[in-house]
Design a protein around this ligand. Structure first.
Ligand code: G1P
Length: 296
């Protein structure tokens, strides 16, 4: 019987260089998806997946993320006095949303190192890793889908997405046996391969369910690509010595660490909102037809 998955590790120490200058002072995880910081969207997914505890692995200049999930007495006081009940409730809800602990990653040694920083906080139990650049909209939260696969097969699981061949060098790419719908038994993982060296076009997306043994592998993983400790290298050992399942999740993913992905994610989420969706849809139609006219 596999142990229950209760904890999510969310690395938030990344610099967000692809979104500079917006991320010079503001942590990229606090950039909004319409009106909700990306990290909150991700934490809502964690909670909707039934997890109870979040471990944030933070870095320099990321203190505002912790503040976002804390009480804000001044703001609550002002909203109370002005009788802004809706805003007050939304601000209060956030501070009660989640039990989070923060751990500082003191050196920028990569994703594997960030996960290793959470070793003591996770302890001897399976855990989820969530990369908050990947925002995934899904009926059943992507993290929940992965946890269900983990419990069914009692093996580590990574989320997979087929990507265009010209994009494989942006991702960890896997190869293995496709043994059931959406499921692959992973044999090989390569972090950011050249197009001609990629073993497939199946990319790892930022959701993982991992056994605690991964911490031992990470401790023994030498620095790999870019002088960093790569999570992908530790997962290669997991695949070889135990088992690792790749699961093609059901959902729509946006990479919000990328300018275009960030904009697409915002437009997609805004179009689904009742308060602003219809007007935005109309605006986009007008914009497109005005562009077409000016080109003809
Ligand atoms: C990380 C992982 C990579 C994965 C990607 C998904 O890379 O190292 O294996 O495919 O996230 O978004 P990063 O985007 O942090 O460079």
């Amino acid at each position: 019987m596999s142990k229950t998955v209760r904890k999510a590790v969310i690395p938030v120490a990344g610099l967000g260089t692809r979104l500079l200058p917006a991320t010079k002072v503001v942590p990229k995880e606090l950039l909004p998806i319409v009106d909700t910081p990306a990290i909150q969207v991700v934490i809502e997914e964690v909670l909707a997946s039934g997890l109870q505890e979040v471990i944030l692995v933070t870095g320099r200049g990321k203190g505002a993320i912790e503040d976002h999930f804390d009480h804000s007495y001044e703001l609550e006081d002002i909203l109370t006095r002005r009788a802004k009940t809706d805003q007050l409730n939304s601000v209060r809800r956030i501070s009660k949303l989640v039990r989070a602990v923060s751990i500082r990653q003191k050196q920028p040694l990569g994703l594997g190192h960030a996960v290793l920083c959470a070793k003591e906080a996770v302890g001897d139990e399976p855990f989820v890793v969530i990369l908050p650049d990947d925002i995934i909209a899904a009926k059943v939260p992507c993290t929940r889908q992965l946890i269900d696969v983990y419990h069914k097969y009692n093996a580590g699981v990574v989320s997979l997405l087929p990507v265009p061949e010209e994009h494989v060098s942006r991702y960890g790419i896997v190869h293995g046996e496709h043994w059931a719908p959406r499921l692959h038994r992973i044999r090989t993982l390569v972090e950011k391969p050249k197009r001609e060296e990629a073993p497939s076009n199946l990319a790892i997306i930022g959701r993982y369910v991992l056994p605690p043994k991964v911490f031992t592998y990470l401790e023994e993983t030498p620095r790999g690509a870019d002088g960093e400790i790569q999570l992908t290298d530790a997962l290669q050992r997991l695949a070889r010595e135990r088992a690792l399942i790749g699961y093609e999740y059901i959902g729509e993913r946006h990479d919000i660490g990328d300018k275009l992905g960030f904009l697409k994610c915002n437009i997609r989420h805004a179009l689904q909102r009742e308060d602003i969706g219809p007007e935005l849809r109309q605006y986009l139609r007008e914009l497109v037809s005005a562009e077409q006219e000016s080109q003809s």
